[in-house]
Design a protein around this ligand. Structure first.
Ligand SMILES: NC(=O)c1ccc[n+]([C@@H]2O[C@H](COP(=O)([O-])OP(=O)(O)OC[C@H]3O[C@@H](n4cnc5c(N)ncnc54)[C@H](O)[C@@H]3O)[C@@H](O)[C@H]2O)c1
Length: 440
């Protein structure tokens, strides 16, 4: 099939590449000329395990193309994906300006029947708006071209995006006619070989499914963090409680690890957007509001522990940070707890030595660009050289089983703040460390 994917971010580039891997002819479009120029040279704008080699292979095979010109991309396309960003607007709603700009451009260049697919996470009712925008552009051109607008929300996880896309738990298709449903099924059949993973529903339910899924996962995280905070007060151990409740198959082990809060490009903005959607329909989303409040506070729990140990004024103190990305396997720092922790410590006079396997550039050039007293190093042990404490904020695999003797040698004082509860099984007290974790 000939496909166009508009937006070459985490979702667009992964989706386009995976479709091309299955033998489709895919053209990825972006307005960012630097991104497209680099992609043409084989330089990727993001880090995602396995993506680079798959892009290079399919470009070489002639299945995957990059352009800034939508008309060129859409010349032979039967399906056009919208995978542009829907960032948080000032009032917390999803900002649809990029989606709508793309819809207008599609209407301005389309010249034969197409299926337009909303892959971006968009509020309920957006497909109707996209349809209207395309139709208005067609009316201006005095053309009558049939088209469908389908919702196909994406559930991939950064850090495991290729795996998730190639073997999805489900493929949700929100559509209102058989032609569009069949087209989508044809495209996704290669991703559903072992069993049928299609879930077909109406468009609004598909749009809502994405928000409900992210809100449910964020709720599990905030719930467990709240339990961890109560554990600290009552003298219980959140790690033991986690195992105690996770063993119940109705609860399960996933997404109940106590930590320093969720970040990333999706949960924070989608939780906020869902709250806003509800309020627009005069419904106050109480659980969702609390999920967000608990998470905002949780991002600073580690900083609070640092202050409790070292005092309000951190002048003259240096902290070694392990992990900047919002989670392992990605260079994405959007809403990462590290941003909040580092700013809080620096505000109190501390110096920071930070290390992350992939996100240092993002921190330096964007998220911590204007924050003074932060230096970046090339290895985890360099980050703790002469530091007053180690603070773990992202659970990269290379941090999981470190050399604790080396940590002790490098640190000025043997203090570890574990924002991801990675070391609670190591009996660090017996190794001579002061060990601070979440929920204990
Ligand atoms: N990142 C994730 O893990 C993830 C997972 C599931 C769903 N989503 C959703 O998918 C959507 C995209 O997310 P992302 O993380 O890939 O975003 P991103 O910010 O990484 O990428 C968006 C891309 O769209 C491009 N773009 C913007 N306007 C354009 C236009 N008019 N024409 C062509 N390109 C344009 C930008 O230049 C950018 O490269 C969002 O709605 C997001 O909520 C993201």
């Amino acid at each position: 099939m000939n496909i166009t994917v508009i937006g070459t971010g985490y979702v667009g580039l992964v989706s386009g590449t995976c479709f091309s891997e299955m033998g489709n002819n895919v053209t990825c479009v972006d307005i960012d000329t630097t991104k497209i120029t680099n992609l043409k040279k084989g330089i990727l704008p993001i880090y995602e395990p396995g993506l680079e080699s798959m892009v290079l292979k399919n470009v070489e095979a002639g299945n995957l193309h990059f352009t800034t010109k939508l008309d060129e991309a859409m010349a032979n396309s039967e399906i056009v994906f919208i995978a542009v960003g829907t960032p948080m607007g000032d009032d917390g709603s999803a900002d649809l300006q990029y989606v709508q700009a793309v819809a207008k451009s599609i209407g301005e260049v389309v010249d034969k029947q197409i299926v337009v697919v909303d892959k971006s996470t968009v509020p309920v009712g957006t497909a109707d708006k996209v349809r209207e925008t395309i139709q208005t552009a067609l009316d201006k051109r005095k053309l009558s071209i049939p088209f469908d607008v389908v919702s196909n929300p994406e559930f991939l996880k950064e850090g495991a995006a290729i795996q998730d896309f190639m073997k999805p738990d489900r493929v949700v298709i929100g559509a209102d006619n058989d032609f569009a449903i069949e087209k989508m099924k044809q495209l996704y059949v290669p991703f559903n070989m072992s069993h049928d993973r299609f879930i077909v529903m109406d468009v609004r339910s598909a749009e809502m499914t994405k928000y409900a899924a992210n809100a449910m996962l964020a709720t599990k995280i905030s719930f467990m963090n709240e339990i961890a905070n109560i554990c600290e007060k009552v003298g219980a151990d959140a790690n033991q409680v986690r195992i105690g409740i996770g063993s119940d198959s109705r609860i399960g082990y996933s997404f109940i690890y106590p930590g320093c809060g969720y970040g990333g490009s999706c949960f924070p903005k989608d939780v906020k957007a869902l709250k806003k959607i509800a309020s627009e329909y005069n419904y106050e989303a109480k659980i969702i509001t609390s999920v967000e409040e608990v998470n905002d506070a949780q991002k600073l729990v580690i900083a609070t522990k640092v202050v409790a140990r070292f005092g309000e004024d951190l002048t003259g103190k240096t902290f070694g940070i392990w992990g900047l990305a919002f989670k392992p396997g990605t260079d994405d720092m959007r809403e990462a707890p590290a941003i909040y922790v580092i700013k809080e410590l620096v505000k109190r006079g501390a110096k920071i030595q930070a290390y992350d396997p992939k996100a240092v550039e993002e921190a330096q050039n964007c998220y911590l660009k204007d924050v003074e007293n932060v230096s970046y190093v090339n290895s985890k042990y360099q980050a703790i050289e002469n530091a007053d404490a180690l603070i773990l904020l992202t659970e990269w695999k290379e941090f999981r089983s470190p050399d604790f003797d080396e940590i002790k040698t490098q640190l000025k004082t043997p203090v570890i703040f574990d924002g991801r509860n990675q070391y609670h099984m190591f009996n660090l007290a017996a190794k001579g460390f002061e060990y601070y974790q979440i929920g204990r």
